[in-house]
Each structure stands twice: as structure tokens, then as C-alpha cells.
Ligand binder design. Structure first.
Ligand SMILES: [Zn+2]
Length: 342
């Protein structure tokens, strides 16, 4: 498992996963050769257990890192919070992956980011507090749910679902907080927002495979809070978070971002966390899911490399900009011309 993950990372870094086959048109930015065929083999992904094993290994290795269990899923899996708390006076960022269990490459990238905080990225840790909730919906990620998976398409002996075990969409539960996973997240939010003041949050997701902006398939789409419950200053701060991501992804050659088209309800984290805690938020919807009932939503695994890399670039860039304060100087005017995905 570890070796395969390393291979994907290596492929992404070398650009090998990004080569376009002859005859592939120039619009194939981020397309990857296996688009939309549902050919992903889920055995290459971390399982919940192998993810936890990696978190514990990093916790043992990294003196700055702490691991906390913030609750349990419906099926009793521990939900982990990875903490790097240097000073309550430092700015604090929260990263969340896999509210939707079938959107896993963000977690694969998150594990690479956590490892980097133990070595190459160590220098930022004195100037920032980082909170990470990876794989919030672990039951869905493992297909350990109380509903049928007969129509799911991925191979590899494991299915991954958007919903939690009770067939609830956790990213529509941030007001009602009916599910134990959402309750665990919000207990953590209340506690650490009081202790540290959580300034920023990036909520990492995957969407379908066919969204385009400016005539090109997007590698992902981003959006700030659009609820009427937050003031203009918080929206601007959220747009600055988006600017850091845009400026990091667009020049890569493989990245092409659109503006996500999303709703204004506080039931989703992008709006709800901003409204309830005053956190500047960014939703990042990356291309292609790991499994789904709709085959066209699934991206073949040859695209894994750049999508994992897109997560790592996003995390590195935002953490650095928050740590060094450059985030507060971001020009947000690009949002005025960023094309909405279609
Ligand atoms: Zn999602």
C-alpha cells in the first residue's frame, strides 16, 4: 500500500501521470487516459486501518504532531484529529477530507502532507497551528454501510460511498448535526475555536468527471462561503484563501480551476462553518470520485497522481501563506473573472 502510494506521488512529481496520448486534444488538461470508465481499483487506496496505522507511525516520529480521537463513526471507528499546535496566538487552519467517503484521493494527498510536516515542511510549524480531520466518513470510505452497494462500480474488493452508514450526507448535516460524525466534528470545532480561534478551513472533496470551464475540463473547482449569514470581511478572507490555491494550482500546467456553483445553505461546511464559527472557508471540489453508483462520476486511476498532487500543492500553499502572513495580502480580483464550471 505504502509503496503504491509512493509510486503515485513519484509519478505526479515527475509528470509521468500527466502525459497525453497522441490524438488527445489540448482540452484534456487533467483528463488522464482512463476518464469515465469506472476502472478504478480501490485496492490501491489506503484503508481506514492502514490510514490510522500511518497516522500513528507519524505521531510516534513527529514531536510536533499530536493525535486525538474526537469521536466514533456509526460503526464505531475512531475519528482522528491530527494536531500541530505551536502557540494559541498563531493563526490556525483546519483541513477536512472525506465527509463524502467516496472522495478519497484528498486523503491520500493529506497523508503525504502530514508526512512532509515531519521533514521538508517542518519550518512552517512554529508560525501556524494546523488541525486535520482526515476521512471523517470512515464507514462510507470502507463501504461498511446499512444499505445496498450492488450498483457501485469500482473494482478491488471494496466500495466507497458518499453517505455515512445511515445513508446520510454528512455535508448536509452541519445545522441539524444529527449524525455522530458531524457531532464529533462540531465538538472539536467548538473546543478548538474557543482555545485557538480557527481562522481558516479548507474542505476537500471530489466531484464528477465532466465539469468544464473555458472549454476545458477542470482539475477542480473552488468556492468561498455564499451564505447570507456571513459578513463581507469574512467572505473576502475566504476569497484570499482561494487566491492562494488558485495561484498555486494554475501555473502547474496540469491544473485548471473553475468556480464551483454551489448553494447558500448553512447545512454544508463551506457555509455552516463560516456562519457558526466565523471561519474563512474554501470548498475545493477535485475532479473524479473513487467510486459511485454513476459510472461517469468515477475517474480512472491513471489520474490519481495529479489529483493527489493537487491536494498536496493546495495544503502546502495554504499552510505556508497562513504561516508567513502573505495570505492577508492576496489579490482576490481573479474571482471576478474565474469562470463558473459547467
Ligand atoms: Zn464531496
Amino acid at each position: 500500500m505504502r509503496r503504491l502510494a509512493a509510486l503515485f506521488t513519484a509519478a505526479a512529481l515527475s509528470g509521468a501521470a500527466l502525459s497525453l496520448s497522441p490524438g488527445t486534444s489540448a482540452v484534456a488538461v487533467g483528463k488522464g487516459p482512463d476518464c469515465c470508465k469506472g476502472t478504478i481499483n480501490t485496492s490501491i487506496l489506503h484503508t481506514y486501518d492502514s490510514m490510522v496505522a500511518e497516522l500513528k507511525k507519524q505521531d510516534a516520529k513527529q514531536s510536533a504532531m499530536e493525535l486525538e480521537v474526537i469521536g466514533q463513526t456509526v460503526k464505531g471507528r475512531d475519528i482522528h484529529l491530527v494536531k500541530y499546535i505551536s502557540n494559541p496566538k498563531n493563526p490556525t487552519v483546519l483541513y477536512i477530507t472525506q465527509q463524502h467517503g467516496n472522495e478519497q484521493l484528498t486523503t491520500e494527498g493529506m497523508l503525504d502532507f502530514i508526512k512532509s510536516l515531519g521533514n521538508s515542511n517542518k519550518s512552517i510549524l512554529g508560525r501556524i497551528n494546523i488541525l486535520i480531520v482526515p476521512m471523517l466518513n470512515a464507514d462510507g470510505a470502507m463501504g461498511d454501510v446499512n444499505f445496498s452497494l450492488d450498483n457501485y462500480h469500482a473494482s478491488g474488493g471494496r466500495h466507497l460511498t458518499r453517505y455515512n452508514a445511515n445513508k446520510v450526507d454528512l455535508n448536509r448535516d452541519h445545522v441539524a448535526k444529527a449524525e455522530v460524525e458531524t457531532q464529533a466534528l462540531h465538538r472539536m470545532l467548538a473546543k478548538y475555536d474557543a482555545e485557538l480561534g480557527i481562522d481558516y478551513a479548507v474542505d476537500l472533496h471530489h466531484q464528477g468527471t465532466t465539469a468544464k470551464a473555458d472549454g476545458e475540463l477542470v482539475s477542480g473547482s473552488i468556492l468561498y462561503p455564499t451564505t447570507s449569514s456571513v459578513d463581507a470581511a469574512l467572505v473576502e478572507k475566504s476569497k484570499q484563501l482561494g487566491a492562494v490555491v488558485y495561484n498555486a494550482i494554475e501555473p502547474t500546467g496540469w491544473g485548471h480551476l473553475g468556480k464551483y456553483v454551489g448553494g447558500s445553505a448553512n447545512t454544508i461546511a463551506r457555509n455552516g462553518l463560516a456562519a457558526e464559527y466565523g471561519i474563512a472557508t474554501l470548498l475545493f471540489e477535485m475532479r473524479g470520485m473513487s467510486d459511485h453508483e454513476y459510472e461517469s462520476y468515477i475517474l480512472g486511476q491513471k489520474s490519481n497522481g495529479y489529483l493527489i498532487k493537487q491536494t498536496v500543492v493546495t495544503l502546502n500553499a495554504t499552510a505556508k501563506a497562513i504561516a508567513d502572513g502573505s495570505i492577508t495580502k492576496q489579490d482576490t480580483s481573479f474571482w471576478n473573472t474565474l469562470t463558473e464550471q459547467g
